[in-house]
Ligand binder design. Sequence first.
Ligand SMILES: [Zn+2]
Length: 588
Amino acid sequence: MARRTFVALAVAALLGLGGAVWWAVTPARRSIPLVRGQAPPESLQAHCDDAVGPPRIVAISERVRLAIGWDLASTVLVRTDAGNVIVDVGMSPARAAPVREALLRDSPGPIAAIVYTHSHIDHVGGASVWADDGVPIWATDAFTDHFIKQYGAFRLAEGRRGAAQFGEHVSEDSLPCSALGRRPDLAAAAATGARFPTHTFSGAQDLEIGGVRIHLREAHGETHDQLFVHLPDEGVLLAGDNFYRSFPNLYTLRGTSPRPIDAWIASLDAMRRLAPEHLVPSHTAPLSGREQVAAALTRYRDAIQWVRDRVIQLANAGRSVDQIAADVGLPPALAGAPELAERYGQVDWSARAIYDERLGWFDERPERLYPHAPRERARRFLDAMGGGEAVRARAREAVAGGDPRWAVELYSLLRDAAPEDMFQGTPIAGELAAALDALALEVGNTNGRAYLLETGQRLRHGDVPPPAPTIDPAFLDVLPISHFFAVMATRLDPELAAGVHESARFEFTDTGERFTVTIRHGIAEVVAGEPLPGTPEPLAQVTTTTATWRRLATDLTHPVAAIAAGELDVAGDLLGFRRFTGRFRRGL
Ligand SMILES: [Zn+2]
């Protein structure tokens, strides 16, 4: 085999052809049918009609227009004498294009600036549609780190969970909206048009564009990089995701680091201080009237504080986390407030997240310290309950008797008792799926509803990997090269690495950065700069540029092409290096 081909194969194995090292693990996507015919509760349908509604432009004030109903997140346009300022740009170019057309038909003019309220993809993925040449894009300093973190080591877990939260295989008749907006098009969003900000700030930034004062205020809450926009001349406050018409998503099923609860309350207080006439969130319908806005913001922050303080009180009283989740609730003064209905966030999930953030997973229950492994535990439970068939019979009775919640508990014991990978597609899995469907009928929280229905469909038809994002080369270059190596470490196959103690070196000629990757004790250690004492002599040294490595890792360049172009060289024990790279797997 030619040396060039051999080296290319070795590098490709390390990168995991298909861009596996860092970004995309791309198992074949198959299609499974949609869940249909699960009518939503009336209250949810009413929310979808009122708080989300059809695509339309809403005139908020003289200069401010809201485009709502086109996508999960809305886009706001502020008219100035120097052109239009755009706040949030939608989730994908496909969804953003008709929004741009409609907004500019209403308010013709050049784009003067773009503001991102935060880095979530539903607010930035459509940027390529709006970011005409030279248009400044504003965000907080924390934006880029926060954005990158979303696409790191846990991308597969987050992608799978996100697809369930939004009900990727749930039809419109069963899930008419996400509580925050039109249901996202996950496949369209994979072809991202995200652009990084060109201007960032911390704290406060006062802009004046075309005679309009635009005050940006860093305001952590739903994310650690959030801002709100205050337009003092218009009496308008653009809240980002720190307020919308649902109990706040203090914890997301999609999986994130805990939301900063205290900062969220402080951000709502900063909004209250400004006493705006109009409150325009990035999701759901706007609110007008100084008193109504003040009252809604006050109830919103009080609800968050209520949950936080009740968790603290109940934890101090020694309650278990399950009991706390069951007991927290909302006080009567807040429970009926329209903006606190649990359509997107949910009080009990939030209580668990706050407990976990402050005290960790352990809740003083000694039986949690040394439990049997799940399968053994489930088998013993089934045995104590009269055996698997008896439990299955009780689960069927529960479904027939209108108690699917209990049936789901019983079926989950049968699931946990089954050998791994042997449950999906079985008749009992189908019964669990039906119980999940029945439970979903009662659920008006769109995330919970979607998760139940989507999970049921996966039990019937098998898992479908989340759509793999395609990468826009425009923002590859801001990714720190260390990020690629950190994710690479998590791809080591511990079985293939058993008993191995080897290292390889990587040198980047453009930045002078050097990394040593050492396989030892079943882990891959990544060290920047000089290797640590005790590191074995490297089997091989890879010399390349950061730009080439980024493109290799994201499948935009093939190693054969990089070697042919003189952009990639591997020196040393090639056979050993090939073995070394073969120990990393994609899809772990
Ligand atoms: Zn959002």
